[in-house]
Design a protein around this ligand. Sequence first.
Ligand code: ADP
Ligand code: MG
Length: 452
Amino acid sequence: MYDVWKNALAEIEQQISAANFSTWFQDTSLISTEDGNIKIGVKNSFYVKQLRNRYLNLIKSALENNNILVNKVDFEVQANIKPKVHSHEVIKDNPIKERIKTIRNNNSNNTTLSNGLNQKYTLDNFIVGSNNDLAVSAAKSIIQSPGTRYNPFFLYGGPGLGKTHLVQAIGNELLRINPNLKIFYTPISHFYSDFIDAIQNGKGKEFNRKFQKLDCLIIDDFQFIVNKEKSQEEFFNIFNDLYQLNKQIIVTSDRLPSQIKSVDERLASRLTWAGAFDLQLPKFEDKCAILKAKADYIGADIEPEAIEYIAENVNTNIRDLEGEFSTILLMSDVRGMTPLELIRNGSVSLNKSSKIRPVSPKQVVEKVAKYYDLSVKELCSKTRVTHIKTARQVAMYLLSNELNLSTNKIANEVGVKDHTTVMHGVKKIDHDLKLNFTLRDQIEEIKEKIYG
Ligand code: ADP
Ligand code: MG
Protein backbone atom coordinates (compact mmCIF):
# COMPACT_ATOMS: atom_id res chain seq x y z
CA MET A 1 0.00 0.00 0.00
CA TYR A 2 2.77 2.29 1.02
CA ASP A 3 4.61 1.75 -2.25
CA VAL A 4 1.54 2.24 -4.38
CA TRP A 5 0.86 5.58 -2.74
CA LYS A 6 4.49 6.54 -2.96
CA ASN A 7 4.42 5.94 -6.72
CA ALA A 8 1.14 7.74 -7.15
CA LEU A 9 2.49 10.69 -5.18
CA ALA A 10 5.60 10.77 -7.32
CA GLU A 11 3.36 11.07 -10.33
CA ILE A 12 1.23 13.79 -8.76
CA GLU A 13 4.34 15.69 -7.81
CA GLN A 14 5.27 15.88 -11.49
CA GLN A 15 2.01 17.55 -12.34
CA ILE A 16 1.71 20.34 -9.80
CA SER A 17 4.00 22.92 -8.26
CA ALA A 18 6.30 21.89 -5.45
CA ALA A 19 4.54 24.26 -3.09
CA ASN A 20 1.10 22.87 -3.86
CA PHE A 21 2.39 19.36 -3.57
CA SER A 22 3.86 19.89 -0.15
CA THR A 23 0.81 21.83 0.95
CA TRP A 24 -1.80 19.28 0.03
CA PHE A 25 -0.13 15.91 -0.29
CA GLN A 26 2.70 15.56 2.12
CA ASP A 27 0.62 14.41 5.07
CA THR A 28 -1.59 12.01 3.14
CA SER A 29 -1.63 8.21 3.23
CA LEU A 30 -3.43 5.45 1.40
CA ILE A 31 -5.63 3.49 3.80
CA SER A 32 -7.36 1.02 1.50
CA THR A 33 -8.12 0.26 -2.12
CA GLU A 34 -10.49 -2.68 -1.78
CA ASP A 35 -12.91 -3.21 -4.70
CA GLY A 36 -11.95 0.13 -6.11
CA ASN A 37 -13.12 1.95 -3.00
CA ILE A 38 -10.16 4.16 -2.33
CA LYS A 39 -9.66 5.60 1.10
CA ILE A 40 -7.09 8.29 1.60
CA GLY A 41 -5.99 9.43 5.04
CA VAL A 42 -5.58 13.14 5.65
CA LYS A 43 -4.55 15.18 8.64
CA ASN A 44 -7.79 17.07 9.16
CA SER A 45 -11.07 17.96 7.58
CA PHE A 46 -9.67 21.06 5.97
CA TYR A 47 -7.77 18.92 3.48
CA VAL A 48 -10.78 16.87 2.50
CA LYS A 49 -12.55 19.73 0.80
CA GLN A 50 -9.42 20.99 -0.90
CA LEU A 51 -8.28 17.62 -2.17
CA ARG A 52 -11.73 16.74 -3.40
CA ASN A 53 -12.30 20.02 -5.18
CA ARG A 54 -8.92 20.53 -6.68
CA TYR A 55 -7.16 17.26 -7.04
CA LEU A 56 -9.69 14.45 -7.29
CA ASN A 57 -9.06 13.73 -10.96
CA LEU A 58 -5.34 13.92 -10.52
CA ILE A 59 -5.48 11.45 -7.65
CA LYS A 60 -7.70 9.09 -9.63
CA SER A 61 -5.49 9.04 -12.67
CA ALA A 62 -2.30 8.69 -10.60
CA LEU A 63 -3.77 5.61 -8.92
CA GLU A 64 -5.09 4.15 -12.14
CA ASN A 65 -1.70 4.58 -13.73
CA ASN A 66 -0.38 2.44 -10.92
CA ASN A 67 -2.85 -0.31 -11.78
CA ILE A 68 -5.28 0.42 -9.01
CA LEU A 69 -8.96 0.10 -9.79
CA VAL A 70 -10.75 3.29 -8.85
CA ASN A 71 -14.50 3.44 -8.34
CA LYS A 72 -14.85 5.88 -5.56
CA VAL A 73 -12.44 8.03 -3.59
CA ASP A 74 -13.08 8.85 0.05
CA PHE A 75 -11.00 10.83 2.47
CA GLU A 76 -10.65 9.98 6.10
CA VAL A 77 -9.33 12.21 8.82
CA GLN A 78 -6.58 10.49 10.72
CA ALA A 79 -5.50 12.27 13.81
CA ASN A 80 -2.34 10.25 14.10
CA ILE A 81 -0.71 11.19 10.82
CA LYS A 82 2.57 12.65 11.86
CA PRO A 83 3.59 15.75 10.01
CA LYS A 84 6.42 14.74 7.76
CA VAL A 85 9.83 16.04 8.61
CA HIS A 86 10.43 19.24 6.73
CA SER A 87 13.61 20.29 5.13
CA HIS A 88 13.02 23.44 7.14
CA GLU A 89 13.42 21.65 10.41
CA VAL A 90 16.46 23.64 11.23
CA ILE A 91 14.34 26.71 11.01
CA LYS A 92 12.12 25.28 13.71
CA ASP A 93 14.82 25.78 16.28
CA ASN A 94 14.91 29.48 15.54
CA PRO A 95 12.67 31.84 17.46
CA ILE A 96 9.39 32.51 15.70
CA LYS A 97 10.41 36.09 15.00
CA GLU A 98 13.28 34.90 12.86
CA ARG A 99 11.13 32.37 11.11
CA ILE A 100 8.49 34.93 10.29
CA LYS A 101 11.07 36.97 8.47
CA THR A 102 11.12 34.15 5.97
CA ILE A 103 7.44 34.50 5.21
CA ARG A 104 7.67 38.20 5.00
CA ASN A 105 10.32 37.47 2.47
CA ASN A 106 12.90 39.70 4.01
CA ASN A 107 15.18 37.01 5.22
CA SER A 108 18.57 38.60 5.55
CA ASN A 109 20.19 35.72 3.65
CA ASN A 110 18.42 36.83 0.56
CA THR A 111 20.16 39.81 -0.85
CA THR A 112 19.70 41.42 -4.18
CA LEU A 113 22.42 40.65 -6.69
CA SER A 114 23.97 43.13 -9.09
CA ASN A 115 21.63 41.90 -11.82
CA GLY A 116 18.77 43.11 -9.65
CA LEU A 117 17.56 39.60 -8.88
CA ASN A 118 16.82 38.35 -5.42
CA GLN A 119 17.00 34.61 -5.02
CA LYS A 120 14.28 34.47 -2.43
CA TYR A 121 11.74 34.70 -5.24
CA THR A 122 11.30 31.31 -6.82
CA LEU A 123 8.56 29.46 -8.62
CA ASP A 124 8.65 26.82 -5.91
CA ASN A 125 7.42 29.25 -3.30
CA PHE A 126 4.88 30.86 -5.61
CA ILE A 127 1.53 29.21 -5.01
CA VAL A 128 -0.50 28.63 -8.12
CA GLY A 129 -4.23 29.22 -7.92
CA SER A 130 -7.10 30.32 -10.08
CA ASN A 131 -5.95 33.91 -9.57
CA ASN A 132 -2.63 33.44 -11.33
CA ASP A 133 -2.55 30.13 -13.20
CA LEU A 134 -2.48 31.60 -16.69
CA ALA A 135 0.35 33.96 -15.86
CA VAL A 136 2.28 31.14 -14.24
CA SER A 137 1.90 28.87 -17.22
CA ALA A 138 3.14 31.65 -19.50
CA ALA A 139 6.05 32.16 -17.09
CA LYS A 140 6.92 28.49 -17.32
CA SER A 141 6.83 28.63 -21.07
CA ILE A 142 9.21 31.61 -21.00
CA ILE A 143 11.57 29.72 -18.72
CA GLN A 144 11.64 26.88 -21.23
CA SER A 145 12.11 29.00 -24.30
CA PRO A 146 12.76 32.67 -23.64
CA GLY A 147 12.25 35.18 -26.40
CA THR A 148 9.68 33.15 -28.30
CA ARG A 149 5.95 32.90 -27.74
CA TYR A 150 5.40 35.29 -24.87
CA ASN A 151 7.62 38.12 -25.93
CA PRO A 152 7.15 40.69 -24.58
CA PHE A 153 5.59 39.25 -21.44
CA PHE A 154 3.32 41.89 -19.99
CA LEU A 155 2.09 41.17 -16.48
CA TYR A 156 -0.31 43.47 -14.69
CA GLY A 157 -2.35 43.59 -11.51
CA GLY A 158 -2.93 45.54 -8.31
CA PRO A 159 -0.33 45.99 -5.58
CA GLY A 160 0.71 43.02 -3.49
CA LEU A 161 -0.57 40.38 -5.89
CA GLY A 162 2.78 38.83 -6.78
CA LYS A 163 4.04 40.67 -9.89
CA THR A 164 7.54 41.27 -8.57
CA HIS A 165 7.72 37.77 -7.15
CA LEU A 166 6.70 36.11 -10.42
CA VAL A 167 8.95 38.08 -12.76
CA GLN A 168 11.91 37.74 -10.42
CA ALA A 169 11.24 34.01 -10.27
CA ILE A 170 11.40 33.86 -14.07
CA GLY A 171 14.78 35.57 -13.97
CA ASN A 172 16.09 33.26 -11.27
CA GLU A 173 14.88 30.13 -13.06
CA LEU A 174 16.37 31.24 -16.37
CA LEU A 175 19.70 31.72 -14.65
CA ARG A 176 19.49 28.40 -12.89
CA ILE A 177 19.05 26.66 -16.24
CA ASN A 178 21.67 28.72 -17.98
CA PRO A 179 24.01 30.65 -15.68
CA ASN A 180 25.58 32.37 -18.68
CA LEU A 181 22.47 34.32 -19.58
CA LYS A 182 22.64 38.05 -19.11
CA ILE A 183 19.57 39.05 -17.19
CA PHE A 184 18.76 42.38 -15.68
CA TYR A 185 15.88 43.31 -13.41
CA THR A 186 15.08 46.93 -12.67
CA PRO A 187 12.11 48.93 -11.50
CA ILE A 188 11.38 51.55 -14.15
CA SER A 189 12.13 54.31 -11.63
CA HIS A 190 15.73 53.08 -11.30
CA PHE A 191 16.01 52.72 -15.04
CA TYR A 192 15.01 56.33 -15.26
CA SER A 193 17.44 57.65 -12.65
CA ASP A 194 20.33 55.53 -13.98
CA PHE A 195 19.61 56.85 -17.44
CA ILE A 196 19.64 60.46 -16.26
CA ASP A 197 22.92 59.82 -14.39
CA ALA A 198 24.46 58.27 -17.47
CA ILE A 199 23.43 61.21 -19.65
CA GLN A 200 24.78 63.72 -17.16
CA ASN A 201 28.09 61.90 -17.05
CA GLY A 202 28.28 61.69 -20.82
CA LYS A 203 27.76 57.94 -20.71
CA GLY A 204 24.47 57.69 -22.58
CA LYS A 205 25.91 55.37 -25.24
CA GLU A 206 27.36 53.02 -22.66
CA PHE A 207 24.06 52.86 -20.90
CA ASN A 208 22.38 51.86 -24.11
CA ARG A 209 25.06 49.29 -24.96
CA LYS A 210 24.76 47.65 -21.57
CA PHE A 211 21.08 46.99 -22.19
CA GLN A 212 21.55 45.84 -25.75
CA LYS A 213 23.77 43.01 -24.57
CA LEU A 214 21.04 41.48 -22.41
CA ASP A 215 19.31 38.19 -23.03
CA CYS A 216 16.43 39.12 -20.79
CA LEU A 217 15.31 42.50 -19.50
CA ILE A 218 12.80 42.69 -16.66
CA ILE A 219 11.17 46.05 -16.03
CA ASP A 220 9.02 46.33 -12.90
CA ASP A 221 6.27 48.85 -12.14
CA PHE A 222 6.17 50.35 -15.58
CA GLN A 223 3.26 52.60 -14.54
CA PHE A 224 5.81 54.96 -12.99
CA ILE A 225 7.05 55.92 -16.45
CA VAL A 226 4.46 58.70 -16.35
CA ASN A 227 5.73 62.01 -17.66
CA LYS A 228 9.25 60.83 -18.25
CA GLU A 229 9.42 61.23 -22.02
CA LYS A 230 13.18 61.00 -22.31
CA SER A 231 13.53 57.73 -20.52
CA GLN A 232 10.48 56.44 -22.32
CA GLU A 233 12.17 57.10 -25.61
CA GLU A 234 15.32 55.37 -24.43
CA PHE A 235 13.29 52.44 -23.20
CA PHE A 236 11.46 52.26 -26.52
CA ASN A 237 14.77 52.09 -28.39
CA ILE A 238 16.14 49.40 -26.13
CA PHE A 239 12.86 47.53 -26.37
CA ASN A 240 12.95 47.53 -30.16
CA ASP A 241 16.57 46.44 -30.30
CA LEU A 242 16.10 43.58 -27.89
CA TYR A 243 12.88 42.53 -29.52
CA GLN A 244 14.49 42.31 -32.91
CA LEU A 245 17.20 40.10 -31.50
CA ASN A 246 14.52 37.82 -30.01
CA LYS A 247 15.63 38.63 -26.50
CA GLN A 248 13.06 38.20 -23.78
CA ILE A 249 11.42 41.34 -22.46
CA ILE A 250 9.30 41.27 -19.32
CA VAL A 251 7.29 44.21 -18.09
CA THR A 252 5.02 44.56 -15.08
CA SER A 253 2.57 47.31 -14.35
CA ASP A 254 -0.40 47.95 -12.14
CA ARG A 255 -2.58 48.51 -15.20
CA LEU A 256 -2.66 48.06 -18.97
CA PRO A 257 -0.31 50.29 -20.98
CA SER A 258 -3.25 51.92 -22.70
CA GLN A 259 -4.45 53.06 -19.28
CA ILE A 260 -1.17 54.75 -18.39
CA LYS A 261 -1.31 58.40 -19.27
CA SER A 262 1.41 59.79 -21.49
CA VAL A 263 2.67 56.47 -22.77
CA ASP A 264 3.41 56.56 -26.46
CA GLU A 265 0.67 54.70 -28.30
CA ARG A 266 3.08 52.63 -30.34
CA LEU A 267 4.95 51.55 -27.25
CA ALA A 268 1.69 50.80 -25.49
CA SER A 269 0.56 48.52 -28.26
CA ARG A 270 3.92 46.79 -28.59
CA LEU A 271 4.01 45.96 -24.92
CA THR A 272 0.91 43.83 -25.29
CA TRP A 273 1.71 42.31 -28.67
CA ALA A 274 1.99 38.90 -27.10
CA GLY A 275 -1.01 39.39 -24.83
CA ALA A 276 -1.42 40.79 -21.36
CA PHE A 277 -1.52 38.57 -18.32
CA ASP A 278 -3.04 39.65 -15.09
CA LEU A 279 -2.80 38.60 -11.48
CA GLN A 280 -6.15 38.71 -9.77
CA LEU A 281 -7.18 38.77 -6.17
CA PRO A 282 -6.85 35.28 -4.76
CA LYS A 283 -10.05 33.39 -4.02
CA PHE A 284 -10.65 31.82 -0.64
CA GLU A 285 -9.04 28.48 -1.59
CA ASP A 286 -6.02 30.25 -3.06
CA LYS A 287 -5.55 32.23 0.13
CA CYS A 288 -5.78 29.11 2.26
CA ALA A 289 -3.20 27.40 0.07
CA ILE A 290 -0.82 30.34 0.32
CA LEU A 291 -1.12 30.56 4.11
CA LYS A 292 -0.80 26.83 4.54
CA ALA A 293 2.34 26.77 2.40
CA LYS A 294 3.88 29.66 4.32
CA ALA A 295 3.09 28.01 7.66
CA ASP A 296 4.62 24.75 6.48
CA TYR A 297 7.62 26.53 5.12
CA ILE A 298 8.56 28.05 8.42
CA GLY A 299 7.35 25.10 10.45
CA ALA A 300 4.73 27.12 12.32
CA ASP A 301 1.79 25.35 13.91
CA ILE A 302 -1.45 26.99 13.01
CA GLU A 303 -4.89 25.46 13.08
CA PRO A 304 -6.70 25.06 9.76
CA GLU A 305 -9.64 26.97 11.20
CA ALA A 306 -7.33 29.89 11.95
CA ILE A 307 -6.05 29.79 8.38
CA GLU A 308 -9.60 29.80 7.10
CA TYR A 309 -10.46 32.72 9.33
CA ILE A 310 -7.58 34.81 8.07
CA ALA A 311 -8.29 33.84 4.47
CA GLU A 312 -11.90 34.81 4.86
CA ASN A 313 -11.17 38.16 6.42
CA VAL A 314 -8.25 39.52 4.45
CA ASN A 315 -9.53 40.50 1.06
CA THR A 316 -7.07 43.10 -0.07
CA ASN A 317 -3.98 41.36 -1.40
CA ILE A 318 -1.36 38.73 -0.73
CA ARG A 319 1.03 41.13 0.93
CA ASP A 320 -1.63 42.00 3.52
CA LEU A 321 -2.47 38.35 3.89
CA GLU A 322 1.14 37.62 4.80
CA GLY A 323 1.23 40.62 7.10
CA GLU A 324 -1.83 39.61 9.12
CA PHE A 325 -0.64 36.04 9.21
CA SER A 326 2.74 36.87 10.65
CA THR A 327 1.24 39.29 13.17
CA ILE A 328 -1.01 36.53 14.46
CA LEU A 329 1.90 34.08 14.67
CA LEU A 330 3.97 36.59 16.59
CA MET A 331 1.11 37.39 18.92
CA SER A 332 0.54 33.71 19.48
CA ASP A 333 4.19 33.30 20.40
CA VAL A 334 4.21 36.26 22.76
CA ARG A 335 0.97 35.38 24.53
CA GLY A 336 1.50 31.64 24.61
CA MET A 337 -1.85 30.99 22.95
CA THR A 338 -2.56 29.24 19.66
CA PRO A 339 -3.72 31.38 16.72
CA LEU A 340 -7.20 29.90 16.96
CA GLU A 341 -7.42 30.64 20.69
CA LEU A 342 -6.47 34.22 19.96
CA ILE A 343 -9.13 34.49 17.29
CA ARG A 344 -11.75 32.89 19.53
CA ASN A 345 -11.09 35.20 22.44
CA GLY A 346 -11.39 38.22 20.20
CA SER A 347 -7.74 39.32 20.32
CA VAL A 348 -7.45 39.35 16.56
CA SER A 349 -9.04 42.16 14.69
CA LEU A 350 -8.37 41.98 11.02
CA ASN A 351 -8.83 45.30 9.41
CA LYS A 352 -12.21 44.89 7.80
CA SER A 353 -12.85 48.44 6.74
CA SER A 354 -11.28 48.05 3.33
CA LYS A 355 -13.27 44.96 2.56
CA ILE A 356 -16.85 45.91 3.13
CA ARG A 357 -18.35 46.65 -0.18
CA PRO A 358 -21.72 48.14 0.45
CA VAL A 359 -23.50 47.49 -2.78
CA SER A 360 -26.80 45.76 -3.27
CA PRO A 361 -27.60 43.09 -5.85
CA LYS A 362 -29.97 45.57 -7.49
CA GLN A 363 -27.18 48.08 -7.98
CA VAL A 364 -25.01 45.45 -9.59
CA VAL A 365 -27.70 44.43 -12.05
CA GLU A 366 -28.47 48.07 -12.85
CA LYS A 367 -24.83 48.89 -13.54
CA VAL A 368 -24.34 45.89 -15.77
CA ALA A 369 -27.50 46.68 -17.71
CA LYS A 370 -26.49 50.29 -18.13
CA TYR A 371 -22.98 49.34 -19.22
CA TYR A 372 -24.40 47.21 -22.03
CA ASP A 373 -27.00 49.81 -22.94
CA LEU A 374 -29.89 47.69 -21.79
CA SER A 375 -32.74 48.27 -19.43
CA VAL A 376 -32.90 46.09 -16.33
CA LYS A 377 -36.04 44.60 -17.79
CA GLU A 378 -34.27 43.61 -20.98
CA LEU A 379 -31.35 42.12 -19.07
CA CYS A 380 -33.71 40.08 -16.93
CA SER A 381 -35.87 38.97 -19.86
CA LYS A 382 -35.89 35.45 -21.23
CA THR A 383 -34.35 36.44 -24.53
CA ARG A 384 -31.44 34.43 -25.88
CA VAL A 385 -30.11 37.22 -28.08
CA THR A 386 -26.38 36.84 -27.64
CA HIS A 387 -25.39 40.24 -26.33
CA ILE A 388 -28.25 40.32 -23.83
CA LYS A 389 -27.49 36.80 -22.70
CA THR A 390 -23.84 37.74 -22.18
CA ALA A 391 -24.83 40.79 -20.14
CA ARG A 392 -27.05 38.58 -18.02
CA GLN A 393 -24.20 36.15 -17.47
CA VAL A 394 -21.85 38.96 -16.53
CA ALA A 395 -24.40 40.08 -13.94
CA MET A 396 -24.58 36.54 -12.58
CA TYR A 397 -20.81 36.37 -12.45
CA LEU A 398 -20.50 39.62 -10.53
CA LEU A 399 -23.28 38.74 -8.12
CA SER A 400 -21.49 35.52 -7.39
CA ASN A 401 -17.92 36.79 -7.21
CA GLU A 402 -18.42 40.21 -5.72
CA LEU A 403 -21.38 39.69 -3.43
CA ASN A 404 -21.05 35.97 -2.80
CA LEU A 405 -24.77 35.49 -3.42
CA SER A 406 -26.11 31.95 -3.60
CA THR A 407 -27.14 30.64 -7.02
CA ASN A 408 -30.79 30.67 -5.99
CA LYS A 409 -30.63 34.32 -4.98
CA ILE A 410 -28.82 35.18 -8.19
CA ALA A 411 -31.48 33.37 -10.20
CA ASN A 412 -34.07 35.64 -8.55
CA GLU A 413 -32.10 38.80 -9.22
CA VAL A 414 -31.62 38.20 -12.93
CA GLY A 415 -35.00 36.63 -13.63
CA VAL A 416 -33.99 33.09 -14.46
CA LYS A 417 -35.91 30.14 -13.10
CA ASP A 418 -33.25 27.68 -12.47
CA HIS A 419 -30.12 27.83 -10.36
CA THR A 420 -28.28 25.53 -12.78
CA THR A 421 -28.60 28.25 -15.42
CA VAL A 422 -26.81 30.53 -12.99
CA MET A 423 -24.09 27.99 -12.36
CA HIS A 424 -23.61 27.58 -16.06
CA GLY A 425 -23.54 31.36 -16.63
CA VAL A 426 -20.98 32.02 -13.92
CA LYS A 427 -18.78 29.18 -15.18
CA LYS A 428 -19.04 30.41 -18.73
CA ILE A 429 -17.81 33.89 -17.83
CA ASP A 430 -15.09 32.47 -15.59
CA HIS A 431 -13.89 30.41 -18.52
CA ASP A 432 -14.17 33.16 -21.12
CA LEU A 433 -12.25 35.55 -18.91
CA LYS A 434 -9.19 33.39 -19.27
CA LEU A 435 -8.96 34.06 -22.99
CA ASN A 436 -10.98 37.12 -23.70
CA PHE A 437 -9.14 40.26 -22.73
CA THR A 438 -11.91 42.54 -23.92
CA LEU A 439 -14.33 40.85 -21.58
CA ARG A 440 -11.84 41.22 -18.74
CA ASP A 441 -11.54 44.93 -19.41
CA GLN A 442 -15.30 45.26 -19.57
CA ILE A 443 -15.74 43.56 -16.23
CA GLU A 444 -13.05 45.73 -14.68
CA GLU A 445 -14.81 48.81 -15.99
CA ILE A 446 -18.15 47.63 -14.68
CA LYS A 447 -16.61 46.99 -11.28
CA GLU A 448 -15.20 50.49 -11.27
CA LYS A 449 -18.68 51.79 -12.00
CA ILE A 450 -20.20 49.64 -9.28
CA TYR A 451 -17.79 50.71 -6.60
CA GLY A 452 -17.60 54.27 -7.86
P1 ADP B 1 3.48 43.11 -6.35
O1 ADP B 1 4.82 43.21 -7.01
O2 ADP B 1 2.39 42.69 -7.28
O3 ADP B 1 3.11 44.33 -5.58
P2 ADP B 1 4.82 41.14 -4.72
O4 ADP B 1 5.40 40.28 -5.80
O5 ADP B 1 5.73 42.04 -4.01
O6 ADP B 1 3.55 41.94 -5.27
O7 ADP B 1 4.07 40.18 -3.67
C1 ADP B 1 3.70 40.60 -2.37
C2 ADP B 1 4.01 39.51 -1.39
O8 ADP B 1 3.14 38.41 -1.57
C3 ADP B 1 5.40 38.95 -1.55
O9 ADP B 1 5.95 38.68 -0.30
C4 ADP B 1 5.20 37.68 -2.34
O10 ADP B 1 6.22 36.73 -2.07
C5 ADP B 1 3.86 37.22 -1.85
N1 ADP B 1 3.12 36.49 -2.87
C6 ADP B 1 2.41 37.01 -3.88
N2 ADP B 1 1.83 36.06 -4.62
C7 ADP B 1 2.17 34.89 -4.06
C8 ADP B 1 1.87 33.52 -4.36
N3 ADP B 1 1.10 33.19 -5.39
N4 ADP B 1 2.40 32.58 -3.56
C9 ADP B 1 3.17 32.90 -2.52
N5 ADP B 1 3.49 34.17 -2.16
C10 ADP B 1 3.00 35.16 -2.93
MG1 MG C 1 6.13 44.83 -7.05
